[in-house]
Design a protein around this ligand. Structure first.
Ligand SMILES: [Zn+2]
Length: 340
């Protein structure tokens, strides 16, 4: 084994940072096995901001867990300069073990169960444990890691504006989102699901005045190594901005689509399909589409064209549906649409 240089010895992780991996109990299974929430903690000896990384709130979205593992692997070599980083890498172990978004038996979406309830449903009890653990640390930021459709590009997702009382925290979230280097996509306040979005982890943290945002890092189900690297780089950049980590070289560097890189983009599922049949996609994730450009065609079982879907505005394609099944009202594609 090669001798360590003096400089290397000086940054020995354990001397400047404490790493701790542990569990907290969430419930007891029918076979009396204990279901637990894994917790990873890195704490510098120098005081500073507190940041949380959270992954796998949807059990099939496995990429975030690996991003967190890679960040902590990097911390062993390059310890935090100050502050603390904590992570719940697997918030939904029940869903993960059945490769399912939801919590099996109760069919609940854990990410629509926040801030949770100690005496509530299965999901609400788990959500309560996660939410209260995070909030009591008064974090500077919570970064929730998700995966999207199989065919999708990475982006930072900002929750709807939480209203006049929370403008300061909302501006902070938008600043952090910009620092990820990804496209920043805003959920629309006018969206009919806005009440539902307040029950997400990030939405409920914002309501509480805690800065939080989501990263959507490509496909669910399978770990996409390229998107893991991109996710690690994005999270690391924020740690650098907070003075918690030294800059790291990005390989390969992520290139924003230039046309929309600096514009405010809204998330949109329009146009949805209005007919039934099989979808032939005509644009792919990352494509820039023009207003009126055909983006998908829907054919019936005999191959007769039912409908051609057109881009309602110039937009960037974030992803397309996981199946080519069309039914009236089903989403076909997701777009980032520039603000008029
Ligand atoms: Zn998700």
């Amino acid at each position: 084994m090669a001798q360590k240089s003096a400089a290397e010895r000086k940054v020995e992780p354990k001397s400047v940072q404490r790493l701790k991996y542990s569990f907290s109990r969430i419930l007891t299974g029918s076979d009396l096995s204990s279901r637990r929430l894994a917790l990873m903690e890195a704490k510098s000896i120098h005081p500073g901001p507190m940041v949380w990384l959270t992954g796998c709130v949807h059990g099939d979205e496995v990429g975030g867990m690996v991003v967190i593992q890679e960040i902590f692997r990097r911390l062993r070599k390059r310890p935090l300069l100050k502050g603390s980083l904590s992570a719940f890498p697997l918030m939904n172990p029940i869903g993960f073990e059945t490769a399912s978004r939801h919590i099996g038996v109760s069919k609940e979406d854990l990410n629509r169960s926040f801030p949770g309830n100690l005496a509530g449903s299965v999901a609400e009890r788990i959500a309560h444990k996660i939410f209260s653990s995070i909030v009591q640390t008064q974090p500077a930021l919570v970064l929730d890691l998700h995966n999207d459709w199989i065919k999708s590009i990475p982006y930072a997702l900002v929750d709807p504006n939480p209203g006049p009382k929370r403008q300061e925290v909302f501006q902070t979230v938008k600043r952090f989102a910009g620092q990820t280097g990804f496209l920043v996509i805003h959920e629309r306040e006018s969206d009919v699901k806005v009440e539902e979005l307040k029950r997400t982890l990030t939405g409920s943290l914002l309501e509480q005045g805690v800065p939080a945002l989501s990263l959507e890092l490509g496909e669910a189900y399978v770990v996409n190594e390229m998107n893991v690297t991109r996710g690690v780089n994005a999270a690391w950049k924020i740690l650098v901005e907070l003075g918690m980590a030294a800059p790291a070289e990005e390989t390969p560097p992520y290139q924003l689509p230039v046309e929309f890189g600096d514009k405010l983009l809204w998330y949109s599922h329009q146009p949805r399909s209005s007919s039934s049949g099989v979808i032939r996609f005509m644009a792919k994730p990352g494509d820039l589409v023009k207003q009126g450009q055909p983006i998908a065609r829907i054919y019936n079982v005999f191959g007769k064209l039912q409908e051609t879907l057109l881009a309602p505005r110039a937009a960037i394609v974030l992803g397309h549906a996981d199946t080519s099944l069309a039914l009236p009202g089903l989403p076909v594609m997701a777009f980032g649409i520039p603000e008029p």
